[in-house]
Ligand binder design. Structure first.
Ligand code: COI
Length: 355
C-alpha cells in the first residue's frame, strides 16, 4: 500500500493542446486537458500512480470491464477563484461516493489520501486548463474499471484507476424538457441505482433515445415497483417548487445521492427557503401542475449544476413551467452555489478545497 508521502511518477506532456482551445465556447466533455492520472491495482494492492500525457489506453479485447460492465466513475469540478487560485468543490464527498460505488460492484476502494493527492497533483499540473470564465469550470472524471483479461463472469482481480479533466461550459445548452417515464426502469430495489456504475447509464440510453424521438431531452425516472413516485433524471437529481415550497425527491437505494443535490438542500436551509425532501408522487406533481401550483422544476447535478426544466411530459400531456422570470428559488440556489464555488461569497460549510 502506498503511504501519504508517496510521490507519483510524472511523465509530462511535451505537446500541450491548450492553444487550440476556445475557452469562451467549450462544448461539454469534448476537450481534454494535457494529463491523465493512472494507477493499477494488481496482486491485491495499489501500485505507484503515474501522471502521463492524456492519450489512448492500450487494452486487451478480453478486458473484463468491456464485457461485464465492472466500472464506476465520478464527476466533480474545480473552479477558478477570484485571486487566480483553483479550488475543488467537495472532493471528499465525491471520493466517498466513488468508493461506495466501487464496493457495490466488488471493486477495491481507492485510498482516500492517494485519491486526493492524485487530484491535487493532476489539477496543479494542468492548472492552466481551469477556465477563468465564471460560467465554466474544470470537470474532473475519475474512473475505476476491471482490467483482467478473462472471459467468464466473476470480479476481476486487477483494476485501473484513471482521472482525466476537461474544461467545460454548460451541460445543457438550453432549458430541459423531461418526460415522466412510467414504462422503463432505471433502478430497482436491491440493484445498483445508488452507485455511479457505468451500467446504469447504459441502461438509460434506449429509454432516453425514445423520449428524445418524442421531443424530450431527458427522462424523469419513477420507481420500478409502481412507477408512481418520482426518483431522479439519470443525469441529475430533480427538484420542484410547489406553492412556494421547494420539494426534493428523497434519495434511496434506487437514487444517486447527488452532491449538488445535498449542497442545494443545505444552501436552501441557510437561505431560509421552505424545503422538504420526501417521496413525491407523479400524481401530486400532476395535480399541482393542473392547479397552476407547480412553479419551478430544475435539475441538480455536478455536470448539470442547476438546470431549468421547462416542460414536464405527463401521461395526460405536457406541462410547461411558468416563465423563468417568475422563478425565485432556483435562481437563489444557483447564485448561492456559484458564490461558494467561485469563491465570491462565504464558504461556511468548508466545501472548497484549494489545489
Ligand atoms: C455528473 O453530473 O458529473 C455526471 O456524471 C452526470 C453525467 C450525465 C455527466
Amino acid at each position: 500500500m502506498l503511504t501519504k508521502d508517496s510521490a507519483f511518477e510524472i511523465n509530462p506532456s511535451q505537446n500541450s493542446s491548450i492553444d487550440k482551445v476556445d475557452f469562451d465556447n467549450i462544448a461539454f466533455g469534448q476537450v481534454f486537458s494535457d494529463h491523465l492520472f493512472v494507477m493499477d491495482y494488481v496482486d491485491g494492492e495499489w501500485k505507484r500512480g503515474c501522471i502521463e500525457p492524456f492519450g489512448p489506453l492500450s487494452l486487451s479485447p478480453s478486458t473484463m470491464a468491456l464485457h461485464y460492465g465492472q466500472a464506476v466513475f465520478e464527476g466533480m469540478k474545480a473552479y477558478r477563484q477570484p485571486d487566480g487560485s483553483v479550488s475543488m468543490f467537495r472532493p471528499g464527498a465525491n471520493i466517498a461516493r466513488f468508493n461506495q460505488s466501487a464496493k457495490r460492484i466488488c471493486m477495491p476502494e481507492v485510498p482516500e489520501d492517494i485519491f486526493m493527492q492524485a487530484l491535487v497533483e493532476l489539477i496543479s499540473l494542468d492548472e492552466a486548463w481551469v477556465p477563468y470564465n465564471s460560467q465554466s469550470s474544470l470537470y474532473i472524471r475519475p474512473v475505476l474499471f476491471a482490467t483482467d483479461s478473462h472471459v467468464g463472469v466473476r470480479p476481476s482481480f486487477s483494476y485501473k484507476f484513471i482521472i482525466f479533466t476537461c474544461p467545460v461550459g454548460q451541460y445543457y445548452s438550453k432549458d430541459v424538457r423531461v418526460k415522466v417515464e412510467t414504462h422503463f426502469t432505471r433502478a430497482a430495489k436491491g440493484g445498483t441505482g445508488a452507485a455511479k456504475a457505468a451500467g446504469n447509464y447504459a441502461a438509460a440510453l434506449l429509454p432516453t433515445k425514445l423520449a428524445m424521438n418524442e421531443g424530450y431531452d431527458q427522462l424523469l425516472w419513477t420507481d420500478a415497483e409502481s412507477h408512481k413516485y418520482i426518483e431522479e433524471c439519470g443525469t441529475m437529481n430533480a427538484a420542484f417548487v410547489i406553492d412556494g415550497k421547494m420539494l426534493v425527491p428523497s434519495t434511496s437505494e434506487t437514487v444517486l445521492s447527488g452532491i449538488t443535490r445535498d449542497s442545494a438542500i443545505t444552501l436552501a436551509k441557510d437561505l431560509g427557503i421552505d424545503i422538504e425532501s420526501r417521496m413525491i408522487s407523479v400524481a401530486e406533481l400532476e395535480e399541482a401542475a393542473q392547479k397552476g401550483l407547480l412553479q419551478e422544476a430544475f435539475g441538480l447535478g455536478t455536470a448539470a449544476t442547476v438546470s431549468v426544466i421547462c416542460t414536464i411530459g405527463f401521461a395526460s400531456g405536457d406541462y410547461d413551467l411558468p416563465d423563468i422570470s417568475t422563478w425565485s428559488i432556483a435562481p437563489q440556489i444557483q447564485s448561492a452555489l456559484d458564490s461558494v464555488r467561485l469563491g465570491t461569497g462565504e464558504d461556511k460549510h468548508g466545501w472548497n478545497i484549494p489545489v
